[in-house]
Design a protein around this ligand. Structure first.
Ligand code: FES
Length: 154
């Protein structure tokens, strides 16, 4: 994804304006910017630091501390599998092994061509319906190997 400089500045300014006056707005603004751009490019965090009168190191520290933020573009498809206890008890470990084999990437990595990335999460809050898998931002419960293959087939 190529982001035009003006577009990026507009996204950052819009997010800052949307949270103006709120106490400690940095996290909310970062979420907004990431939702718009797909990730938090270095240029965006630099602009944000300037707008909020923070240091770049402060903003970068927050981005790298929270696992939900990313500073690199996402793959075209993202798959995340829950590996917390309830899902593990329902087969998540085997499902991770199947996913790695099916997608050809280890968990925590992206395919070199940027087509897909496979991540892990420790609870989506969908525990009763595990194993839980998120594909391109959409949650799916009771996913077995066959269902997984359907979900990533497109
Ligand atoms: S343990 Fe998997 S969604 Fe909660």
């Amino acid at each position: 994804m190529t982001i035009q400089a003006g577009g990026l500045a507009d996204v950052v300014s819009g997010a800052v304006a949307a949270h103006r006056g709120e106490p400690g707005p940095l996290l909310a603004i970062l979420h907004d910017v990431q939702r718009e751009l797909g990730y938090l490019p270095r240029e965006a965090t630099a602009l944000l630091a300037q707008e909020l009168n923070l240091s770049r190191a402060d903003v970068h520290g927050v981005v790298t501390f929270y696992k939900d933020f990313r500073d690199t573009p996402p793959a075209r498809r993202t798959v995340r599998i829950c590996r917390a206890e309830a899902c593990q008890a329902r087969g998540a470990r085997d499902l991770v092994a199947h996913a790695e084999q099916r997608l050809g990437v280890p968990v925590g990595a992206a395919a070199p061509d940027g087509s897909v990335e496979l991540g892990q999460v420790f609870c989506f809050g969908n525990c009763a319906l595990g194993p839980t898998v998120e594909v391109d931002g959409r949650l799916h419960g009771r996913v077995d190997a066959a269902r997984f293959d359907e979900l990533v087939a497109d």
